[in-house]
Design a protein around this ligand. Structure first.
Ligand code: AMP
Length: 214
């Protein structure tokens, strides 16, 4: 299964991708996670990406396309994978089709997480993320058991630089201008299904399972 999870930041794509990994063993390819780990490792890619990310802008297509190309060819992804945060614009979606076409593969299903900006603002400004394993928490609705410490791996739980209110507004603007048209692209291919992403995580998981017939 090659599945694309499409939606604005904070819509729950990462949470659901992690569940698909745990419950089905489908690898999660999150370009945001890959870029953040490149920054933590101090690599050249991380150095190039950081300025864009801190401002809530998209990083240049060439940087993320290279990451996805390398991963999608790996043995681990031979049986399929879940794309979380990629493609982020129509050019990336077109390049993904070409890249998969060269491997004799294609995107099978695209799920669009539908949710309004107001809910996203409160979700994202209260969001906290494990620096190491990227597990997600929320200051009001999902606190870690020990303050500031990840339940899963014991590392520090922090606010991502781009989850600060001034950057969130920019990220939502970028979503509406550049990523929302990707839904139309996949609608044209008859691959798009929409779900109500304001629902609780378990209900969203149930909807995904229903859409995929799993
Ligand atoms: P995310 O964790 O998916 O919200 O991504 C965090 C940031 O990483 C985004 O705001 C972008 O700066 C960058 N990023 C992640 N995925 C992409 C992508 N597919 N194309 C361009 N930039 C991306």
């Amino acid at each position: 299964m090659i599945l694309v999870l499409l939606g604005p930041p904070g819509s729950g794509k990462g949470t659901q991708a992690k569940r698909l990994l745990t419950e089905r063993g489908w690898p999660q390819l999150s370009t945001g996670d890959m870029l953040r780990s490149a920054i933590q490792n101090g690599s050249e890619l991380g150095r190039q990406a950081k300025g864009f990310m801190d401002q809530g802008a998209l990083v240049p297509d060439s940087l993320v396309i290279g990451l996805i190309e390398e991963k999608s060819k790996s043995a681990e992804c031979a049986g399929g994978f879940v794309l979380d945060g990629f493609p982020r614009n129509v050019a990336q979606a077109e390049e993904l089709d070409r890249m998969l076409g060269r491997l004799g593969k294609q995107v099978e299903s695209v799920i669009s997480f539908e949710i309004g900006d107001e809910v996203l603002l409160s979700r994202l400004s209260g969001r906290r993320t494990c620096q190491k394993c990227s597990a997600m928490y929320h200051v009001d609705t999902m606190k870690p058991k020990a303050a500031g410490i990840c339940d899963k791996c014991g590392s520090a739980v922090v606010q991502r630089d781009d989850d600060r209110p001034e950057v969130i507004a920019k990220r939502l603007k970028v979503f509406h201008e550049q990523t929302a048209p990707v839904a139309k692209f996949y609608e044209g291919q008859r691959k798009l299904k929409r779900l109500d992403a304001t629902l609780a995580p378990d209900a969203v998981t149930a909807k995904i399972n229903g859409i995929l017939g799993i």
